[in-house]
Design a binder for this molecule. Structure first.
Ligand code: 9MG
Length: 284
């Protein structure tokens, strides 16, 4: 059994877990800022859990290209009341941030079980800070910065380069005293990658996991790569593509799937699990 040590929880990763996205950004590309108040956010959190989420991921800064700048103070002011409210729900709470000061505030207040960082703890001071806290860590790969990363992504061998980067960040965490059971890696779909790069990473996900040396978390939900494949310009209209992509990632070994549409993803995973138990237990 693969166990992930995630703050107050030891999570069994023998079946894929769903991480429900709870954006508290007024400019969020996917929810139009509907959940920028903590009471509405709490309502949404409860719905994500009822639909099948096993972890909640809360973020106050959009990493969408072209998103307006948010100061660390404003980011913290957005997420703090929501973190406080959802803490009581008794499920693992993840904080999506790339800023050491926001991590520090959340860790000091004891409000999070997991730090989900699209910058893989590259912000100054982030790594030692998170290393000494009793939380899980998700290290994501990206090329460039959110504002410009999609302009000209280039790799000679995307799987080797993403895998090597993740392995190097995992190694730094281990050197800082973090046990491997606290670490997840993420290839960072859409973060400085063309459609061909994203598809190569998805097709070869087992190789990425092997190179990273820790379980993978993936986020494909509603992303522009799915818009490019389907021709669907509106992110919220990419449900079928998002569920299909989540299933393909799960089939290739992803252990945590970060999604907006929890219910549909959960149903797809349930069909897969039912089929899996049938084929492994019966013949004829
Ligand atoms: C915050 N965020 C947006 N996309 C993401 C992805 O693909 N992975 C992770 N870990 N976080 C993401």
């Amino acid at each position: 059994m693969t166990t992930f040590q995630c703050g107050r929880f030891a999570l069994d990763l023998s079946r894929p877990l769903i991480m429900g996205i709870l954006n508290v950004t007024p400019d969020s590309f996917s929810d139009g800022g509907r959940f920028d108040r903590s009471d509405a956010a709490l309502l949404h959190a409860r719905q994500l859990l009822a639909d099948g989420a096993g972890i909640l991921d809360i973020g106050g800064e959009s990493t969408r290209p072209g998103a307006p700048y948010v100061s660390p103070e404003d980011e913290w002011a957005r997420v703090a009341p929501v973190l406080e409210a959802v803490r009581e729900l008794g499920v693992p709470v993840s904080l999506d941030t790339r800023r050491a000061s926001v991590m520090q505030a959340a860790l000091d207040a004891g409000l999070v079980d997991l730090i989900n960082d699209v910058s893989a703890l590259e912000d100054e001071g982030a790594l030692p800070l998170v290393a000494k806290a009793p939380v899980g860590i998700c290290l994501m790969h990206k090329q460039g910065n959110p504002g410009t990363m999609q302009q000209k992504p280039e790799y000679e061998d995307v799987v080797a380069e993403v895998g090597a980067y993740l392995a190097s960040r995992v190694a730094l965490c281990l050197q800082a005293g973090v046990v491997r059971e606290r670490i997840l890696a993420d290839p960072g779909f859409g973060f400085g990658k063309t459609l061909a790069h994203n598809l190569t990473l998805l097709a070869k996900l087992p190789q990425v996991e092997q190179r990273a040396g820790v379980p993978l978390l993936v986020g494909l939900s509603r992303k522009s790569m799915l818009g490019a494949i389907t021709g669907e310009a509106e992110p919220a209209q990419r449900l079928g593509a998002s569920v299909a992509a989540a299933m393909e990632a799960a089939r290739r070994g992803a252990k945590i799937i970060r999604v907006h549409d929890v219910k549909a993803t959960q149903q797809a995973l349930q069909v897969w699990a039912a089929l899996d138990s049938m084929t492994s237990s019966t013949v004829s």
